[in-house]
Design a protein around this ligand. Structure first.
Ligand code: AHR
Length: 323
């Protein structure tokens, strides 16, 4: 009798232990990796596609994503990063709106032992140990590709080729680098002249507004528009049409991103070429997060592979576009 009571008690205790251990096991299984991501905003078709790619890839990878929209303000990105540190996320990633001014907050992340991944845009910091890797395009090369297309397109043409340039957000890596790459190719070619260059902040509305001012000042002198993104080019196309000129014919239009809107404009004969800059960085970001969590060392730079799409290829390429 005594023995059977002892056995019954032992069974109860063991069952209890198993339940507790099982529960703990479940909890451990459920603990998801947390990624805090500070996005720049929603200034362009590109950015919307980039956010979607990150959200979908996080879901697919089972990573808990805390996404914060900075509405194109650096101060909001700094606040978001501080909040991710306070929440003790596993990894922080962000696409910096401008290049400078990040050192203090990145030092705080480092002190909290939270690794930081840069996506899309780079930062300008002396201490490169403040971030683990930078995943994104080579913006200087994009500028070079835009200029090389123009040189090829205007080969044999007599006279000066007058260009107006719509720059991206002031102080941002793509605005600085796309300008640099473009100028690098044209610097020894005196027949190319940049008449005017101003920021359109990567938006359609600003692109249109600044193009109106360019047209007012330079009128029919303008042969080429080089826009640092498709959205500004699309806004400028409207301004050119309203001024009674034919975009794509009277004024050659070169832009960057290769979003669907640019392909539509190319198929309508209004945009001549778009240089690809892929926003589909989500899968690469999630695999970098998982690698970090597994203790792997990441390469300092992960460059996205991209192409150039002239208007002649638009109809064929359009159905294949993912953004
Ligand atoms: O940083 C990438 C750039 O940001 C894209 O070219 C532009 O469209 C976006 O707003």
């Amino acid at each position: 009798m005594k023995r059977s009571r002892f056995v019954a008690a032992a069974v109860v205790v063991l069952t209890g232990l198993l339940v507790i251990l099982g529960g703990l096991g479940c909890q451990a299984e459920k603990k998801k990796v947390t990624l805090g991501f500070s996005q720049i905003g929603a200034e362009s078709e590109w950015r919307t596609a980039n956010t979607k790619s990150i959200e979908e890839a996080a879901k697919e990878a089972g990573i808990e994503l805390k996404l914060s929209d900075a509405q194109q303000k650096q101060e909001n990105q700094i606040k978001a990063i501080r909040s991710f540190i306070a929440q003790k996320v596993d990894v922080i990633a962000f696409s910096p709106v401008v290049e400078t001014g990040w050192e203090p907050v990145l030092r705080e992340a480092k002190a909290a032992k939270i690794p930081v991944i840069l996506t899309d845009r780079a930062v300008d910091t002396k201490d490169e140990s403040l971030w683990v890797t930078f995943i994104g395009s080579d913006f200087v090369e994009e500028g070079r590709r835009a200029a090389n297309w123009l040189v090829e397109k205007t080969k044999g043409q007599e006279g000066t080729v007058n260009i107006v340039e719509l720059q991206g957000t002031v102080g941002s890596a793509p605005a600085i680098d796309r300008k640099k790459g473009f100028e690098e190719v044209l610097k020894d070619k005196p027949n190319f002249k940049i008449l005017r260059s101003q920021t359109g902040d990567f938006t359609r509305a600003k692109g249109k507004e600044v193009m109106e001012a360019f047209l007012k000042a330079e009128g029919k002198n303008i042969n080429v528009l080089y826009a640092h993104n498709d959205d500004m080019a699309i806004g400028a196309i409207q301004a050119i049409e309203e001024a009674g000129l034919r975009p794509g014919k009277d004024i050659l239009i070169i832009s960057i991103d290769a979003v669907k809107g640019a392909f539509e404009a190319m198929m309508a004969g209004k945009l001549n070429v778009t240089v690809e800059c892929s926003p589909l960085l989500g899968p690469q970001l999630m695999s970098a997060v998982n690698d970090l969590m597994a203790g792997k060392t990441l390469p300092k730079r992960i460059v996205t592979q991209e192409g150039v799409f002239p208007m002649e290829t638009a109809a064929q390429e359009f159905p294949k576009r993912k953004y």
